[in-house]
Design a binder for this molecule. Structure first.
Ligand code: GLP
Length: 252
């Protein structure tokens, strides 16, 4: 473990040898927390980065080492508009990569609805759910190459409530690999705001690959700024950064 001190505050970074090691470390934290609190509120992220973690959690569930029967999950975000039944929706992604493989009850799944009639109203509904919860126990976070967390895109301020947002061209290009063509990538999304992310009791931040190295460096070591939304985590009291060597390659 490396510990950087940024403006007097500790930033805890584990540089791992492989994606598998990151998945094991993160899975251990999640499983320990569920054993202590079976009705844990677990915040989840989409994208390629957490897939090995979800694979590991599904394996452990299949092996009878952990149960999600009482867990409640809260996803960070969803494209808008999108059919929740589509495999390209984040609900579909979660179904394919995790939910269909574990004993989590359907009614315990919380994700903004991509087919709601009105994005702002749906964002407000999700925010009310998160407010009632008072913050997830553990939030899994990845990072966009532009420094976004959830779909909190670079901006001139941090937006605290859950909100509808336009996606940057860079984000749409990054996510185009999941679609047939760039113009099929949705232009908008609903995302948990910075407020709900910061209310998480613990954040597990994971990043892999060279293309994340500049955003990771900026998030961890630059002055916090909404130009790199992940940098707000420097103010979070309990965030662990799990990085592979490539993602950590620009850190001192
Ligand atoms: C997304 C999500 C983020 C995720 C990021 C990185 O689309 N909204 O929560 O962290 O992009 O994705 P990947 O892990 O595929 O690089």
């Amino acid at each position: 473990m490396k510990e950087y001190t940024v403006k007097g505050k500790p930033v805890r970074v584990y540089v791992c040898d492989s994606e598998d090691e990151i998945a094991s470390q993160a899975a251990d934290v999640v499983m320990y927390a569920i054993r202590r609190k079976p009705h844990l509120a677990l915040g989840l992220a989409t994208g390629s980065t957490p897939v090995p973690l979800y694979r590991k959690l599904a394996e452990k569930n299949r092996a009878g080492e952990i149960s999600f029967a009482k867990v409640r999950t809260y996803n960070l975000d969803e494209y808008f508009p999108i059919d929740p039944a589509s495999p390209l929706s984040f609900r579909g992604f979660m179904r394919d990569n995790l939910f269909s493989k574990i004993d989590l009850p359907e009614e315990a799944i919380h994700i903004p609805r991509g087919d709601a009639p009105d994005a702002d109203a749906e964002a407000a509904r999700y925010e009310a759910e998160l407010d009632a919860l008072g913050g997830v126990d553990i939030q899994i976070l990845g990072i966009g190459s532009d420094g976004h967390i959830g779909f909190n895109e670079p901006a001139d301020r941090f937006i605290y409530p859950t909100h509808a947002t336009a996606l940057t061209e860079q984000t749409r290009r990054d996510n185009a690999r999941f679609f047939n063509a760039l113009d099929e990538v949705p232009t908008h999304a609903i995302t948990m705001g910075i407020g709900a992310i910061m209310r998480a009791k613990k954040c597990i931040f994971i990043a892999t690959g060279k293309n994340k190295a500049p955003a990771v460096k900026s998030a961890l070591l630059d002055d916090p700024s909404p130009a790199c939304q992940a940098s707000v985590l420097q103010f979070h009291p309990d965030t662990v950064f799990l990085l592979d060597r490539d993602a950590a390659s620009l850190l001192p």
